[in-house]
Design a protein around this ligand. Structure first.
Ligand code: ADP
Ligand code: MG
Length: 189
């Protein structure tokens, strides 16, 4: 009930026909939430508009229905919460919810480069969530590029180790759904 999704999308609204690396069977398996019960993480990788956020929200809604505690944050929001936790009550409350969640969805993981302090704060949070909850991460960068974005290679490796230790990685590399299904203002000839 803490989720704060940017929009509501369900798994039935998720069109699999363009996805080459995600089968109907795998989607059904994700829907069964065994990964969540077993504290597995999910990593959805791919360029913009391929459905990473949609799939995360849909699974998050599924989890809420089954009684799990779920929170949704973008990486940008999460970093600002972590940086203001010491002196902002609102950030404390929100971070405590995140820390108590069964599922934490972190959207757009490596959208921006982090400085050392941010990487350290993020590492401490991942360390807390590790083996206690599941994390869904979405990113347009592959894990081998995370190091440079996290600034500190050592911290990046520690974060990666913990996240990837028990994780399913789904590559969503198909042409953007948004582009394919956009409405053109031109009249077709
Ligand atoms: P991403 O997070 O990968 O950038 P989104 O998940 O936000 O992309 O998807 C962009 C838009 O396209 C959303 O409105 C989403 O519902 C829609 N969309 C993307 N992929 C699919 C899909 N496979 N089936 C149905 N809608 C999709
Ligand atoms: Mg997105």
């Amino acid at each position: 009930k803490w989720a704060k999704f940017p929009y509501h999308k369900t798994l039935t609204e998720f069109d699999l026909s363009d996805q080459t690396s995600l089968s109907k069977r795998q989607l059904t398996q994700l829907q069964e939430l065994t990964w969540l019960e077993q504290q597995y993480n999910l990593i959805f990788l791919g360029p913009s508009g391929v459905g990473k956020t949609h799939l995360s929200i849909a699974l998050g809604m599924e989890a809420i229905q089954k009684g799990f505690q779920v929170t949704f944050v973008t990486m940008g929001e999460l970093l600002s919460l972590l940086k203001t936790e010491e002196f902002t009550r609102k950030s404390q409350v929100q971070l405590n919810r995140i820390r108590a969640s069964d599922l934490v969805i972190i959207d757009d993981l490596m959208y921006m480069a982090m400085d050392q302090r941010e990487a350290t704060l993020f590492f401490h949070l991942i360390n807390h969530l590790y083996e206690r909850s599941s994390i869904i991460l979405t990113s347009n960068k592959s894990p081998d590029q995370w190091g440079e974005l996290l600034g500190d290679e050592g911290v990046a490796m520690a974060i990666l180790d913990r996240i990837l230790h028990r994780a399913e990685v789904v590559h969503m590399n198909e042409a953007s759904y948004r582009m394919k299904h956009r409405q053109s203002m031109f009249v077709s000839e």
